[in-house]
Design a binder for this molecule. Structure first.
Ligand code: GLA
Length: 374
């Protein structure tokens, strides 16, 4: 199976936009390996929009930009496979991509064959320049059919920003992940907006078709293609923690060739990755806060009977947050002791009764791993 757990990797768009080259992709792949990110689970290196020539060749085939990718995509895929990494590429359900390059509309089967022949492992499929009269379902079903019959396992990353009630049909259409939000930018307000946009969409993430809350901006430090002033370290921590809990795809978007220590520590946090990659892939449920609508608690049941719990303060003022064990199905008479570990500060652990509470500064979170003990 192609997508038992959410895919992890890196995508070129957030930092580099159209400024991509074979050299950049190779350097980023090498950085994934040398930084330890690959060993932590990040395997996909995805080339986003702007990789092709402006027109197809005389046989209607897509052509890699001759200056950006002088050795072609197949050679690049070979290089990545030699590093035990996977290569992703980008196309669009419309006649053009969002940046105006050739889209795959009416070329779906040919393009899927081309991607398979090049050794592509992942296709991000966008929604710009879509012909008005054709339902999105048909276009995503088409590319799903084309990829699944291309002779190669290619992860199908659908990106229609959650439009047209995609939650209801993307899974059945054949996508492996589906963009459940609009585009992310490197600012706290964008992160918060995407978090709120997920309200009600939590139940849709599951093995073989995961919600994708968009590529991560953590580590970008206000630089790059989607820069909007950047975020604090704590805000990036909140962002990465929530994406992990929500079983979102974890696609890094910063310049991983120049990774700072705090970003590296966050991206390789074993507890968060374990929560994101849990084999059962159960969605979170959300508990509202009793007196502060900007605070909320996300609960994810893990496959070994333990729980991942995220307490988030999305508001502007310091606030006390709490989770009552009764609310997650653990009454006082359960006969168990309840032990918790702080996932972001892995050395600490304590036993609790009936409720766990903590003070959270604005835009911060506490992630706990809760286990029932005899
Ligand atoms: C859309 C997508 C982005 C990115 C750009 C590229 O906006 O949502 O993630 O792929 O197109 O043009």
């Amino acid at each position: 199976m192609l997508c038992n757990t959410p895919p992890m990797g890196w995508n070129s768009w957030n930092t580099f936009g159209s400024d991509i080259t074979e050299q950049l992709i190779i350097e980023s792949a090498e950085a994934l390996v040398s930084s330890g990110l690959k060993d932590a689970g990040y395997k996909y290196v995805v080339i986003d929009d702007c990789w092709s020539e402006r027109e197809r060749d005389e046989s209607g085939r897509l052509v890699p930009d001759r200056i950006k990718f002088p050795n072609g995509i197949a050679a690049l895929a070979g290089r990545l496979h030699d590093m035990d990494l996977k290569l992703g590429i980008y196309s669009c359900a419309g006649v053009r991509t969002c940046a105006g390059y050739p889209g795959s509309f009416e070329h779906e089967f040919d393009d899927a064959r081309t991607f398979a022949a090049w050794g592509i492992d992942y296709l991000k499929y966008d929604y710009c320049y879509k012909p008005d009269g054709i339902p999105g379902e048909i276009l995503f079903r088409r590319m799903a059919a084309a990829l699944r019959n291309s002779g190669r396992d290619i992860l199908f990353a659908a990106c229609n920003w959650g439009n047209d009630n995609a939650a209801l049909w993307m899974r059945s259409a054949g996508a492996h992940i589906w963009r459940s939000t609009g585009d992310i930018f490197d600012s706290w307000s964008s992160i918060k907006e995407l978090i709120l946009l997920q309200d009600g969409l939590e139940p849709y993430t599951a093995p073989q078709c995961w919600n994708d809350m968009d590529m991560l901006v953590a580590g970008m430090q206000g630089k790059g293609n989607v820069a909007r002033g950047g975020c604090s370290e704590k805000e990036y921590e909140t962002h990465f923690s929530l994406w992990s809990l929500m079983s979102s795809a974890l696609m890094l978007g910063c310049d991983i060739r120049n990774l700072d220590e705090s970003s590296k520590k966050l991206f390789t946090n074993k507890g968060l990755i374990r929560i994101n990659q849990d084999s059962e892939g159960r969605p979170c449920y959300v508990l509202p806060h009793w007196n502060n609508s900007d605070c909320r608690t996300y609960v994810k049941l893990l496959s070994d009977g333990s729980y991942a719990i995220g307490l988030f303060n999305l508001g502007e003022t310091r606030s006390e947050t709490a989770v009552h064990l009764w609310d997650i199905g653990i009454p006082a008479n359960s006969g168990h002791k309840v032990e918790i570990h702080d996932v972001l500060n892995p050395d600490s652990s304590e036993f609790i009764q009936e409720r766990y509470s903590c003070m959270l500064e604005a835009h911060t979170c506490r992630i706990i791993h809760l286990q029932l003990r005899k």
